[in-house]
Ligand binder design. Structure first.
Ligand code: NDP
Length: 465
């Protein structure tokens, strides 16, 4: 977009008002909103529009979670009078269906950008100075640059690490593994453990500490762990792999041997690392543009997502604030409103709700009990653990958990933690209440919807000791 007036002179000193590197959640939202405010916007994407969330993250993950939950539904169905005989799962069919949906969404993103007037360039963008991005040999200049390149799965260094997969490859495996070892204890490890287990693989999860989901409320961690164990996932705690080798594969036999620090080994079909994600900033030209990063490649930014270079901004996972899609969307939107909409909007990361699509599912907002006891003078905890109604006839022996953390001085609900069916759907609405600073008395005044699990949250009367 070389903008010239009738005299042939450049009307604008730069090709664009904004150039965005990365067409994922944060980059696409920022560019669309900025263009809506009248900015001339260019964007480059080296892979597929939609980024991690749409192409190899939240969306295909949730589709696989749906696929994996049918085995549980079939098992529960007989308690309700159904006979579901001969159900079989076809992995390639599921992968193909997932791919069709991802391609549809990718095209939707393309059309949205086009409709907003954003010029999209396919290729990897590299900064050559603070105002210039080169994409496939083509130079584009811009007054402001937004870096929204996201992250890539981390792979620990060890002999044979290349024999393992990460979540990137897990979505398109040629076949479903009979056995899989998943390394890590965070979101991705527990979600994929549930997916593979539900689809019929024999799953072992190896975590270096004592319990999965560090950082979540301890009751959430206990209930998720118990539910996963009840469904057949094996946990291997206090150990980490130190090497992986290939075994000769004869039909029906494992073909990876994983050596652990304690000297033991495990034979399995497939090893998957889910040990966090690193910012994708290598060879991005950040030093050439003067942009500072931390040792791990993260771009530090201020409340307005501005880097140390005044015209260069960054949003999303590359800034490692909270690695969640809705947070990247909020950051991208706030950036565009502030810089191009004349409406100052700093980012806010307080009370971000999140869900783990593990089986059983978990969702949290606000302070954990541990954090509340550390930060507040006096805390009341209300907790209920109960068998979801659906499990009565199905005979499934599993309890859900709901927990409210209340600041005794103000009576405000400062944390909610759920484990059980539909936790994510239930929590979204209650997150508004926490965000709005509502009190336990407000919860008590609210009439429940019967019979639901969610009504527990408005009928908890006695604090636990
Ligand atoms: P997490 O940071 O959630 O978990 C990483 C796990 O790997 C931790 O258990 C960590 O252990 C462990 N670990 C780290 N380094 C090593 C190592 N060298 N060897 C062995 N174990 C190691 O990262 P994920 O990869 O699970 O997910 C990345 C991000 O993606 C998350 O932070 C999350 O924000 C986002 N995400 C969100 C989802 C959702 O909202 N539902 C779903 C999937 C991802 P330790 O606890 O000891 O540090």
């Amino acid at each position: 977009m070389k903008d010239t007036d009738t005299s042939g002179e450049n009307k604008h000193p730069f090709d664009y008002d904004l150039y965005v590197i990365g067409g994922g959640s944060g980059g696409v939202r920022a560019s669309r909103i900025a263009a809506g405010h009248g900015a001339r916007v260019g964007l480059c994407e080296e892979s597929r529009l939609g980024g991690t969330c749409v192409i190899r993250g939240c969306v295909p993950k949730k589709l696989l979670v749906f696929a994996s939950q049918f085995s549980e539904a079939f098992a529960d169905a007989s308690g309700y009078g159904w006979q579901v005989a001969g159900a079989e799962f076809d992995w390639p069919e599921m992968v193909a269906a997932k791919e069709r949906e991802i391609t549809r969404l990718e095209q939707v993103y393309g059309r949205l950008l086009e409709g907003a007037g954003v010029e999209v360039h396919a290729g990897r963008g590299v900064l050559v100075d603070a105002h210039t991005v080169v994409v496939d040999g083509q130079r584009y200049t811009a007054e402001k640059i937004l870096i929204a390149v996201g992250g890539r799965p981390a792979v620990p260094e060890m002999p044979g690490a290349e024999l393992a997969i990460t979540s990137d490859e897990a979505f398109d495996l040629p076949e479903l593994p009979k056995q899989i070892l998943i390394v890590g204890g965070g979101y991705i490890a527990v979600e994929f453990a549930g997916i593979f287990n539900g689809l019929g693989s024999d799953v072992t999860l190896s975590y270096r500490r004592d319990r999965i989901l560090r950082g979540f409320d301890d009751d959430v961690r206990r209930f998720v762990e118990a539910g996963m164990q009840g469904r057949g996932v094996t946990f291997r705690y206090h150990d980490i792999p130190v090497g992986i080798e290939t075994l000769d594969r004869s039909p029906g036999q494992s073909h990876r041997r994983v050596h652990f620090k304690d000297g033991s080994h495990l034979d399995t079909d497939l090893v998957m690392f889910a040990v966090g994600r690193n910012p994708h900033t290598v060879d991005l030209g950040l030093p050439e543009a003067g942009v500072q990063t931390t040792d791990s490649g993260v771009i530090p930014v201020d409340d307005h997502s501005r880097s140390n270079v005044s015209n260069i901004f960054a949003v999303g996972d590359v800034t490692d604030r909270v690695q969640l899609t809705p947070v990247a969307l909020m950051e991208g939107h706030a950036f565009a409103d502030s810089e191009f909409g004349g409406h100052e909007r700093p980012v806010e990361h307080a009370n971000v709700p999140s869900a783990v699509f593990s089986q059983p599912q978990a969702a949290s907002v606000g302070l954990t009990e541990h954090e509340a006891r550390e930060q507040l003078q006096s805390v009341e905890v209300f907790r209920s653990s109960f068998k979801p109604m659906k499990y009565t006839l199905s005979g499934r022996d599993e309890k859900g958990m709901m927990k409210l953390i209340v600041d005794e001085a103000s009576n405000r609900v400062v944390g909610i933690h759920l484990v059980g069916p539909d936790s994510a759907e239930i929590l979204q609405g209650f997150a508004v209440a926490v965000r709005a600073g509502l009190t336990k008395a407000d919860f008590d005044r609210t009439i429940g919807i019967h019979p639901t699990s969610a009504e527990e949250l408005v009928t908890l009367r006695q604090p636990v000791d």
